[in-house]
Design a binder for this molecule. Structure first.
Ligand code: DHB
Length: 310
């Protein structure tokens, strides 16, 4: 009998064909510009990692200040700085040896560019793509694509045609109906939805009487956006039959469980790393595990979308 070998760990999740040892994933953004920073996150217990958003060509990004702390989260406007996919391919190859799925976040200024970057990322070994169609403040990319159904569909179709790996689409909460946008992505062939990216925000310094960020506006992340993100996941789950990865203000296991109950199969953690350090992944996984045990559930799967029962 090999039954014992088939025993499924209660924390394992299947994400559009990717096997994750636990449902915590590094969110794109704060870290993930180098394989070294990704390795710290894997050591901290992440079940998968998403890189920083990578484009076709190197980009310097905006001048400082690029981040401002508020009472309930961070606002950042970096301007999508990255080394370009050709240079970044080395980091992808190295990150492949860490033993968890490597998901490359991709942006572009046209559907063709998204497709070209995705193809190069997969050639370097990426296990999946996450399309950044939701950066709230860089012109002609990000949310300018994700807020326009026709452009979004074109981008998803181009990337699907370019690669044979799962394509996740990271959506913006800065829309009238995120469920409608998720449906557009699903119909265009997306394999999973990440919900959500940051909320467009700003901070003004009373002393200088000027906006603090050099770009004036940026994306708000952290605890402030969690209730918005949970609502987005809940609405998408009602409308679209694709796996959802919940993201937005997750700091502890209770936050993560809330997202799973809303309909997410996995959760992404970003801003909390700045406060808790990389071991936040282990802490959240341990918390989810004891919750499942205490409530008598055999797997993460059993609580995905549980709050929708009537
Ligand atoms: C940036 C990109 C994002 O997708 C986001 O949500 C916030 C900031 C940036 O690179 O500026």
């Amino acid at each position: 009998m090999v039954a014992w070998r088939l025993k499924i760990n209660r924390l394992h999740v299947d994400l559009a064909g990717l096997r994750l040892a636990n449902p915590t994933v590094l969110a794109s953004g704060i870290l993930g510009l180098s394989a070294e920073s990704l390795s710290n996150i894997v050591m901290g217990g992440a079940g998968a990692v998403v890189t920083k958003s990578i484009g076709l060509k190197p980009r310097r990004g905006y001048e400082n200040p690029t981040v401002v702390q508020t009472s309930c989260g961070l606002i950042n406007a970096m301007g999508l700085p990255n080394s370009g996919i050709r240079e970044f391919a080395k980091e992808i190859r190295e990150a492949k040896s860490f033993g968890v799925p490597v998901i490359v976040s991709v942006f572009g200024f046209s559907a063709e560019e998204y497709g070209a970057v995705a193809k190069k990322a997969v050639d370097a070994g990426a296990d999946a793509m996450e399309l950044n169609v939701s950066c709230p403040h860089v012109e002609q990319t990000g949310s300018e694509i994700g807020q326009n159904p026709a452009t979004l569909a074109e981008v998803v179709r181009k990337v699907k045609a370019a690669v044979e790996k799962p394509v996740f689409v990271k959506l913006s909460p800065n829309v009238t109906s995120i469920a409608e946008i998720a449906e557009v992505a699903a119909n265009a062939g997306a394999d999973a939805i990440t919900a959500v990216n940051t909320i467009k925000a700003m901070a003004i310094d009373p002393e200088t009487a000027l906006p603090i960020l050099s770009n004036k506006t940026g994306g708000l992340s952290g605890p402030a956006i969690k209730p918005v993100a949970v609502r987005c996941v809940y609405e998408i789950y009602e409308r679209v039959k694709l796996p959802i990865i919940g993201c937005g203000g997750i700091t502890n296991w209770r936050d993560a469980v809330e997202f799973l109950l809303a309909g997410a199969r996995a959760t992404q953690i970003g801003t909390a790393i700045a406060i808790e350090g990389p071991n936040v992944f282990k802490a959240i996984t341990r918390g989810i595990s004891s919750y499942l045990r205490r409530k008598g559930f055999g797997s993460v799967e059993e609580i995905v979308g549980l709050s929708h029962r009537s």
